[in-house]
Design a binder for this molecule. Sequence first.
Ligand code: CA
Length: 399
Amino acid sequence: MTWIDDPEFAADRPFGPQTLPYGVVDGGEGPMVAVRVGDHALPLRSVESALGDELAPVLWAGSLDPLLAAGQAVWTALRDRLQDLVTVSVAPRGATLLPLAGLRPVLAFTVGDYVDFYSSRHHAENVGRMMRPGADPLLPNWTHLPVGYHGRSGTVVVSGTDIVRPDGQRRGPDGPQFGPTERLDVEAEVGFVCGGPPARRVPVGAAAEHIFGVALVNDWSARDIQGWEYQPLGPFLGKSFATSIAAWITPLDAFASARIPVVEPDHPRLDYLVEDKPWGLDLSLAIEWNGTVVSRPRFADMSYSCAQQLAHMTVNGATVRPGDLFASGTVSGPEKEQRGCFLELSWAGREPVTLAGGVQRTFLEDGDTVSITATAPGPDGSLVGLAEVAGTVVPVQEP
Ligand code: CA
């Protein structure tokens, strides 16, 4: 029997001892690095005596930055010690449990470079059919490389942050128009938080040395702005206004039982993208729109793995550094109820989505809240959770 008295801290719950995600919380005395146990946060500084003095710079920091930089050996050692510490029957000296309800989540790390991929074939084909009707839904490069673009790291915000409806330029019947987006959308994605020593040309087999953990991401998208601006250089202002990331980052080590083969490519790939046993993650996502689950995408349907994405991102000599973030791209499956954005769910606004009480929606209205969660199989039949990423849309604000 563990000293942690919380019914959510159980093997069959997402945030039991098998998960132990890291985050940063503020209870009024400044940001503190913590590990999540059920519906409580355990500030790491409160168990310093049990974890060891040599970890002090990591435990007393106001962000995960020192932990990300510390590298894989420290990540594994700290997780091992924490798993021992949270499963013993007597509370370690000084240990403090804080209910999550009384804490403000803080963006857990300084986001360096942010790259967003486009690795769901189902999403890419659906968008291709809508945007380029009559043409091949996939562009020729898609089957050969994980297509991506550089996003805006400065507007990555922690879950719970309000999303201000962006203004922008869009196509009108008589030329471009300016105003608040009328097609505000979400993209349910899985984000990978990088750490370890800066590196170039990371081989597909070395991804685990450079990926600290996994966190859900919502790539908010203004489809009308995007549709007018995106050719030929890709997304820009239609996405750079906000990207939400979960407050808690689940260590990659927690997903050992969730590794599954990646979808077989239908074309041979170049050597730098080929791995002996490429692995994806068996994550089941759920998207809630004002409390109604509108989609359940499966990450198993993605066509490129995080290792292939990282290898591609660095193959030209570009450096990956601690704090870099890359996201999978919208997670969509073959079925309608597995689509990871409202553009696809409403088929460009032509097929409204019905929410609780019969309310119908195509794109987001002011006041709407979207929350994305996910779970994966853990060891011995347990459940590993990814913390929710949520946000509420608020009206355009005058400058
Ligand atoms: Ca995206």
